[in-house]
Every structure is written in structure tokens, then in C-alpha cells.
Design a protein around this ligand. Sequence first.
Ligand SMILES: NC(=O)c1ccc[n+]([C@@H]2O[C@H](COP(=O)([O-])OP(=O)(O)OC[C@H]3O[C@@H](n4cnc5c(N)ncnc54)[C@H](OP(=O)(O)O)[C@@H]3O)[C@@H](O)[C@H]2O)c1
Length: 258
Amino acid sequence: MVLSRRAAVAMTLAASSAFAAEAPTVALITGANRGIGFEFAKQHAERGYRVIATARDPSKATDLQALAKAHKLVSIEKLDVTDLVAIDALAAKLKGTPIDLLVNNAGIGGGGNNQNFGTINYAVFDDVMKTNVQGPLKMTEAFMPHVMASRLKKVVLVTSSQGSIASVNRPSLYFYRASKSAVNMALRNVALAVKDKGVMICMVAPGATDTDFMAEVRGRMPLGNPADRTKAMIGLIDKCTMELTAVPIEWDGTTIPW
Ligand SMILES: NC(=O)c1ccc[n+]([C@@H]2O[C@H](COP(=O)([O-])OP(=O)(O)OC[C@H]3O[C@@H](n4cnc5c(N)ncnc54)[C@H](OP(=O)(O)O)[C@@H]3O)[C@@H](O)[C@H]2O)c1
């Protein structure tokens, strides 16, 4: 059968738009091997997203490996968010891949005992700032072309009410709190820079959640279930619009004051 040129073009267009309609939404998640990051990976995989799950040591990420086995759209990439060269390398490797949701989740607390005034551990302070502030900013910078090329155009920051300067009423967690205030400010700047490109920065906070992160205080305060808290944050991200760009929101929907 010989097709006219017009018919051939029409068929090609139909095929490419059918392909576009079927292309899965893509989420790239940092620190996806455990805790809240793993829940983000799992719940997005269950929604049919293509998930690019990053971990510092994929060989030890057994839960992620099992997830990738169960969901063919889950892939695992090695990434330490303090390694700026590695971030650029992953962005280059994924060049041309639209990323709908860039989830800046990886974070560390630094340990309560390292941040008591009088005996502050400044080496740990550096690690916390590199991981919690530089990491998300560099990720957002390196992957902005991928986000801009996507349909949803959402950068997610997993922040914390501990970063709320207005809410602090007793001294604690000096540099963890400072890191979350700082990353909120850094990504608020990004929000202003990319607003006219249609990119949103969705800031969500899980509240006190029962992950390894809270091992020091487990049993001493109520902790939320990681699956439930992540589900709640995903609901907020779904509803995130340009009006809510760079507005930190707690998992239960309340706005966190700056
Ligand atoms: N849990 C809470 O109560 C709570 C409350 C408010 C906010 N948050 C925020 O929620 C986010 C996730 O915390 P979580 O509770 O899930 O903590 P978690 O269970 O301790 O998990 C932290 C994740 O971050 C990864 N990570 C740490 N440093 C990294 C680095 N340099 N590069 C790449 N990945 C790194 C860890 O990887 P490894 O396995 O390699 O260490 C792990 O996958 C953090 O940003 C945290 O600040 C948590």
C-alpha cells in the first residue's frame, strides 16, 4: 500500500501524540532508599509514575531494589547530594528526560547532642548545611532544564516546621533548624526566578515522623506513620499551584509561618 505524503504525516502525528499521551509522569527522588524518600518512591511507583530513585549506595538499598523488581518503571541511580560533580553528571546522563516532580527529600538532622550551644560540632554543622541546603539548591539548578521540559513542572522541597523562625520558642537543633530556614530561603529565590517559566516550588513538611531520622526521640514524643505522612504530602503536592509556590505547608495542610 502506498500512502500519500499527507496521510503519512497524519499517521506519524497521530502516533506521536498517542505516545505523548501515554508517556508516564516522571519523579526523581533524592534519598529514596529509606524513610520518607522510600515512601515517595513506592507511592509514586504505585501511581504508575516513572520513578528515578536515587540513593547514596544502591548496592545496600534492598527495599528499593525490591521496588524496582516489582515496578518496571522504577530505576535506581547512585547519588550523594553533597557531591556537586555527581549531580551535574546525573543531570547530563538524564539530559532530554523531562522530570515532572523533582523531589528534594534527602536530609540529615546532625544529632541533637552535636548542636547544644556551648559545644556545637561545626564539622557536623558543615555536613548538615551541605546536605540540607546546598544539595537541594544544586539539584534544583542542575535539573531545572528537565523540570522546565516536563508537563507538571514541580520542584518539591521536603522541609520542616523546625525551619520556621516565627515559631521557635525554645532553643534546640541549632543548625538543623538553620538549615531548613536557609533552604526555604534559597528555594524561595528560585521560585521567583522560574515563576514566569511555569515552574512551581512545592514546600511540604512531614511533621514528626517515625523514621530513622527520629530514632533519638522515638518513644518520647508522638510520631506519625511514614506512609501516611508521605501520602498526605503527595496530596499537597498534587494541589500545589503557582499561588502556593514557595509557601511551606505542613502535612496536615496548615501553612508554616516564615
Ligand atoms: N522524620 C521526621 O520527623 C522529619 C520531620 C521534618 C522533616 N523531615 C525531613 O524529611 C526528609 C527525609 O527524612 P527522613 O525522616 O526520611 O530521614 P531518614 O529516614 O533518616 O532518611 C534520610 C534519607 O536521606 C538520605 N541522605 C542523607 N544524606 C544524604 C546525602 N548526602 N546524599 C543523598 N542522600 C542522603 C539517606 O541516605 P542514606 O541511607 O545513605 O543515609 C536517607 O535515604 C529530610 O529532609 C528531613 O529533614 C523529617
